[in-house]
Design a protein around this ligand. Structure first.
Ligand SMILES: NC(=O)c1ccc[n+]([C@@H]2O[C@H](COP(=O)([O-])OP(=O)(O)OC[C@H]3O[C@@H](n4cnc5c(N)ncnc54)[C@H](OP(=O)(O)O)[C@@H]3O)[C@@H](O)[C@H]2O)c1
Length: 250
């Protein structure tokens, strides 16, 4: 699917990965409707996309932790340009597992934001795409969803839950010709990972990931490991015997 004149909705539009994807789409003349909770940052992103060639940019306030608003968010997304070609679900948080272990309320909030909210939204978006018999739902999950590990199993479980949900949604939407893309980045240098020592061969830029997302959507791919080398890495990580895995500090 070409981004030229495409109607694209981005949920979590101030995410660094989402901004990079939006910039590439704007350069192709896309029409974008952007949802985020930070009104000032949203204005800045929208102005930047117009300068970069977007045909139209609409902005909407959304707090994706408020699950009750998601049906209206979905309706607003489709109403902005009279339909959608691509919906990108990009919001999320990377909580500290140790802190979550001591705080069940924070654990629930993390699972709500990283699992319940994105899958509810994806399912709400599914029906109009199904009716249109075209389009793509893309959700950023993570390689962390591929195997639970002691240092971030809440985040990993949320992302893994999203992966399984998307697999089923893809199965449902296959007869309608709607693409469901599960985007699994590895380490990406963004706000989310700013507290980590970014850099080195395993780290990607948001623009590298965005380029892979554009290519995967054009090909109608189902699952995207980005950069590509995370597919062999995770194949190995998943195959490590449990007795050995438990001796690591991963
Ligand atoms: N960076 C990585 O290494 C990496 C790896 C794998 C997967 N991912 C996934 O990639 C996606 C994008 O993350 P990123 O790396 O681009 O980091 P980011 O720049 O920190 O983006 C995360 C976005 O989520 C938004 N958000 C969080 N809670 C929200 C809420 N309640 N309502 C509305 N928006 C909310 C944030 O909004 P504010 O700007 O208002 O805080 C921010 O724009 C996430 O799903 C993340 O889990 C990232």
């Amino acid at each position: 699917m070409s981004a030229r004149q495409s109607r694209i909705a981005i949920f979590g539009a101030t995410s660094d990965i989402a901004v990079a994807y939006a910039r590439r789409s704007a350069a192709q003349g896309a029409r974008l409707v952007l949802f985020a909770r930070d009104a000032v940052a949203l204005e800045t992103v929208a102005a930047d996309l117009k300068v970069r060639g977007a045909t139209a940019v609409e902005i909407r306030h959304a707090d994706f932790a408020d699950l009750s608003t998601l049906p209206q968010v979905s309706r607003d997304a489709f109403a902005a340009f009279g339909g959608l070609d691509v919906a990108l679900v990009a919001y999320g948080s990377l909580p500290d597992q140790t802190a979550l272990n001591a705080d069940p309320a924070a654990l629930k909030a993390a699972l709500d934001l990283n699992f319940v909210s994105p899958v509810l939204l994806a399912n709400l978006l599914a029906a109009p795409f199904e009716t249109a018999r075209a389009g793509a739902i893309a959700v950023i999950t993570s390689v962390a969803g591929d195997r639970g590990r002691q240092s971030n199993y809440a985040y990993g479980a949320a992302k893994g839950g999203c992966q399984t949900f998307l697999e089923g949604l893809r199965h449902r939407l296959f007869p309608a010709g709607v693409t469901v893309l599960d985007i699994r980045p590895g380490f990406v240098a963004t706000k989310m990972t700013a507290h980590l020592p970014q850099g080195g061969p395993l780290w990607a830029t948001p623009d590298q990931v965005a380029g892979d997302i554009v290519a995967a959507l054009e090909k109608g791919r189902a699952v995207l490991y980005t950069p590509w080398f995370w597919w062999p890495i995770m194949t190995i990580v998943k195959s490590v015997p449990r007795a050995l895995f438990h001796r690591t500090k991963l």
